[in-house]
Design a protein around this ligand. Structure first.
Ligand SMILES: [Zn+2]
Length: 242
């Protein structure tokens, strides 16, 4: 289980992210939490029962975006699946917001005083469209949350050590969010999202960035880049505690 130091400072939020360990699916799926990768449904149900149970959560009471690499963020007040969005926002307590990942970046945004929560799936497409900026802006518009009192956790994802991308990314991301090595281009997805959060007015000291890379830690994480379409999927979950 991946935890966050910065989120752990607050009593009114619960957070956890799965790894590839602790599940019942045959390897290499292990702790796979997605029903959409060809895994046995009963195995996934048991994996979800274990992962969410460890956090004291009911696996049948979750708000889950049906992610599509967009910049659409949805306000939610109840459990269910939400079409065509990659981020959820709520001020409802005891409603877990879930993001599904295998290399893409999960970003938790929390305003502890007003208790407003956002949870975002940020791959390169969503990051290029500035989904975290849209989320911070929506939280401010809907709930009056000030960015300088928000905290953020950026979880394990594809790291700049491994995340090779095509040359066309030079037109999509600023040069200081890309690295050239051996005639190859690598995207620093975490820096891209940190830069966007700073541009929104978050304080650097309120942003925690996991240094873990999902691609080069095969013993810890599933990776779409490493394992392909049928790679297992991890989940990141965050919930306001009422
Ligand atoms: Zn790596």
């Amino acid at each position: 289980m991946i935890s966050s130091d910065i989120l752990a400072r607050f009593r009114n939020i619960r957070f956890g992210m799965s790894t590839r360990h602790g599940g019942v699916s045959p390897e290499p799926l292990g702790m796979n939490l997605s029903f959409r990768v060809g895994d046995n449904q009963k195995h996934v149900e048991e994996n979800r029962r274990r992962f969410f149970g460890t956090l004291g959560l009911d696996p049948h009471h979750l708000a889950v975006p049906l992610q599509c690499h967009s910049d659409h963020v949805q306000m939610v007040g109840g459990a269910g699946e939400y079409e065509s969005c990659d981020g959820l926002i709520t001020n409802t307590a005891d409603l877990p917001l879930v993001v599904t990942v295998a290399d893409c970046l999960p970003v938790v945004l929390f305003e502890p005083e007003k208790a407003v929560l956002g949870h975002v799936h940020a791959g390169w497409r969503g990051s290029a469209r500035k989904i975290v900026e849209r989320t911070v802006e929506t939280m401010r518009r809907e709930f009056g949350t000030s960015p300088d009192s928000m905290v953020a956790f950026l979880g394990p994802s594809a790291g700049v050590c491994c995340y090779e991308v095509g040359g066309e990314m030079a037109e999509v991301f600023p040069s200081d969010e890309l690295e050239r090595r051996n005639n190859k281009m690598f995207l620093n997805l975490k820096k891209a999202n940190v830069d966007q959060l700073l541009a929104c007015g978050l304080r650097r000291e309120n942003i925690e960035v996991s240094n873990l890379c999902t691609i080069c830690a095969p013993d810890q994480f599933h990776s779409f880049r490493r394992e392909g379409n049928h790679s297992g999927r991890m989940m990141s979950v965050a919930m306001i505690v009422g």
